[in-house]
Design a protein around this ligand. Structure first.
Ligand SMILES: C[S@@+](CC[C@H](N)C(=O)[O-])C[C@H]1O[C@@H](n2cnc3c(N)ncnc32)[C@H](O)[C@@H]1O
Length: 228
């Protein structure tokens, strides 16, 4: 498929879904009741072990930057939170390879790993990771109604995300995704807030692209209740 030129403004999300998905509550409840049994891919286990070995050298609170893309946000978070360690996770080698290290001020408190969050979140939850913060910045929206299961909150891996705990921040240019995510958190017994988000400094490529195109951005924030 031909790639869109960088000069073309990004399209706003369009969907055949006009409100919270009618199956959201049933889907989230089902996932909360049933263990997600998909076997782990070895390359995700290897990536998780790499992250564990890296963390073992650093005794600091963990911030996870899931769907980190090129890792720009991970680098920015490392600068913003010098007393934490940041792990950026993305499944795309192509995106991660485009990461730009700050040569003038290299930072040693962040690591980028190539892994699918479907496995990484479960492995981290099973290893009892308790996050300080968890960022999900501009996940793929999967806007068709039939794609609920691909959204973070409609997926069978959602309970692992909850178990990881911490202060959760999700951003998207699709308001309904953010509202639905907040609704799923509420169904799971949390209190979540959705607000419009106006960046003073953009920290990801997608955030910058949408913001420069004048698209409104949305944010959900939630302090996850501790796992029982
Ligand atoms: C829309 S991009 C956003 C990237 C970055 N956060 C930004 O704002 O520029 C979504 C990213 O999620 C990654 N992704 C999608 N599904 C994933 C999964 N299951 N596990 C890990 N990464 C995933 C993609 O590779 C892509 O880099």
């Amino acid at each position: 498929m031909k790639k869109r030129s960088d000069n073309i403004p990004p399209r706003e999300v369009t969907s055949n879904q006009s409100g919270i998905h009618p199956n959201l509550a049933a889907t989230v409840t089902k996932h909360l009741r049933h263990h997600f049994q998909k076997p782990y891919a070895q390359h995700n286990v290897d990536a998780f072990n790499t992250a564990c070995a890296w963390l073992a050298q650093r005794s600091k609170p963990i911030i996870l930057d899931s769907f980190c893309g090129t890792g720009e946000s991970s680098r920015q978070l490392a600068r913003q939170f010098p007393n934490s360690v940041i792990i950026g996770v993305d499944k795309s080698a192509a995106r991660l390879q485009r990461h730009q290290v700050n040569q003038e001020h290299p930072l040693d408190n962040y690591l980028l790993v190539r892994a699918d969050v479907d496995d990484f979140w479960r492995l981290a939850a099973e290893a009892n990771w308790q996050l300080q913060q968890h960022f999900l910045l501009y996940p793929n929206p999967w806007p068709k109604s039939a794609q609920l299961q691909y959204r973070a909150h409609g997926s069978a891996v959602f309970p692992a995300l909850l178990r990881l705990g911490g202060d959760l921040t999700l951003r998207s240019n699709w308001k309904l995704y953010v509202e639905e995510f907040a609704c799923a958190l509420t169904i799971a017994g949390n209190t979540a807030e959705t607000t419009s988000y106006v960046p003073t400094e953009t920290i990801t490529a997608f955030e910058r692209k949408y913001h420069l195109a004048g698209q409104p951005l949305w944010e959900c924030k939630c302090t996850l209740k501790p796992a029982i």
